[in-house]
Design a protein. Structure first.
Length: 181
């Protein structure tokens, strides 16, 4: 078995891209961690799964991508992407290794957000603020988003809530910045 030394990880229920790590995250430094080569790491990211292994923490790599896993009671509990430099080094390390097959049992799919953490925070703040904003502010936001004047408070709130949930974009980010500042 090969090992990688002195790696920084940020274990969470869903893997957080390295460029989104915050100081408030549980970032850990691991001095020595086993590295295992697999054909593809995609399923380990996409699904909750049980895995038969004696290891508690290790890095899986497929030669292109790498991810650290933390196993609790035989289940992949936490995942961590690596920094770009560590990921490149790990993939270089596994280049000549044999692939290992695990006995796994896939469970439900992980719910992996497709927006940045900062935008997800803004989205939650918008939804909370939507419930307490004044009528004038509600009409202003509705007009900025739709270019129409709203008449029904309930319809405007319902539309904006749905739009924020499913069509969150730069318009909301810019409006958020103008309101907060």
């Amino acid at each position: 078995m090969k090992y990688y030394y002195d790696v920084t990880v940020n274990f969470d229920e869903v893997p957080i891209p390295y460029y989104e790590w915050n100081h408030s995250d549980s970032i850990e430094r691991v001095l020595k961690i086993p590295v295992i080569k697999v054909l593809d790491i995609k399923e380990f990211i996409l699904y909750h799964m049980q895995i038969e292994t004696e290891l508690k923490t290790f890095i899986l790599a497929d030669g292109i991508n790498a991810i650290a896993l933390e196993i609790i009671n035989g289940e992949v509990a936490y995942l961590s992407y690596l920094s770009y430099e560590d990921e490149n080094c790990v993939n270089e390390l596994v280049r000549n290794m044999e692939c290992t097959e695990f006995k796994i049992r896939k469970k439900e799919k992980r719910r992996i957000p497709f927006i940045l953490r900062k935008e997800a925070t803004m989205q939650r703040m918008w939804l909370a603020h939507l419930e307490e904003m004044s009528l004038e502010e509600l009409k202003y936001i509705y007009y900025e988003v739709t270019s129409k004047e709203g008449r029904s408070v309930d319809k405007m709130k319902s539309f904006l809530k749905n739009d924020i949930l499913y069509h969150f974009n730069d318009l909301y980010v810019n409006l958020y910045k103008s309101i907060v500042n």
